[in-house]
Design a binder for this molecule. Structure first.
Ligand code: FPP
Length: 242
């Protein structure tokens, strides 16, 4: 679906799948003497505007790392504030539905608030045939947990006699990850100066390009996103070849 678009005055073919690690909300708030949850609120606003922009740039799949399996270690009021932001977003998500954006969630949702789980199922169902862009939200997501989930599924299939161990291929693994039918990541953007993957889509990022920026997520604007895309377009991807 990728096609030529103009980005910062250059004609480019945008990456198909971009992942974003929304980092730096806490520091953004701290710099202003505000509680951390204000940083997440600002981060959520930015998530909305970057999503619209990414669609305009021609990105087909945009995945955000919104809450990791490790983020439960944070103080309870911060976790609650982030869950409230998801809840609010899902109530207002009609904006995206009007924009013809398909929404998917990855991660273990079984431990989330039941009301949140119901809204997630509803928005996935309502938007399932939309095709302007796929927005993927990783909530209670961890790459290692995803691989455990996949291995458990495959082990059950072997035990049930549906497959032999020799039938386990990369394709079969991919079909049993949360991301089934979602292509691998082409580009991972991490703002806020940290240069690590933090358990984000470790299988799907195998050949991703990485783009790091010192800008904190709430301050990461359309121009920053465009610079990441343009930088990606100048890379020489070899996928292990020469
Ligand atoms: C990391 O920054 C951010 C998070 C763990 C939460 C991200 C969640 C949101 C922005 C809310 C998203 C809402 C919707 C609707 C998708 P940090 O807190 O680790 O920042 P720090 O490194 O500066 O402390």
């Amino acid at each position: 679906m990728s096609r030529k678009v103009s980005c910062l005055g250059e004609d480019i073919i945008p990456p198909c799948h971009v992942g974003v690690i929304m980092d730096g909300n806490g520091r953004w708030a701290k710099k202003r003497g505000l509680p951390r949850k204000f940083g997440h609120r600002e981060g959520a606003k930015n998530f909305r505007s970057i999503t619209k922009h990414a669609k305009a740039v021609g990105i087909d799949y945009l995945t955000y790392y919104a809450f990791s399996t490790e983020n439960w270690k944070r103080p309870q009021d911060e976790v609650e504030a982030i869950m409230d932001l998801f809840d609010k977003y899902l109530d207002e998500v009609n904006d995206f539905i009007e924009e013809n954006i398909r929404i998917r969630f990855i991660g273990d949702r079984s431990v989330l608030r039941p009301s949140l789980q119901a809204k997630m199922a509803n928005v996935e169902e309502t938007s399932k045939d939309f095709d302007a862009m796929t927005l993927v939200l990783a909530i209670n997501y961890g790459g290692r947990a995803e691989i455990c989930h996949c291995v458990r599924n495959l082990a059950q299939m072997v035990r049930g006699g549906e497959i032999d161990p020799e039938d386990i291929t990369e394709e079969l693994i991919e079909q049993n990850l949360y991301t089934q039918e979602i292509p691998p990541l082409d580009l991972v953007i991490r703002p806020s100066g940290e240069q690590r993957l933090s358990n984000f889509m470790i299988w799907q990022a195998a050949y991703a390009e990485f783009y790091y920026s010192n800008v904190l997520w709430p301050d990461f604007k359309n121009g920053d996103f465009d610079r990441a895309i343009l930088d990606f377009c100048e890379r020489n991807r070899r996928f292990g070849g020469i």
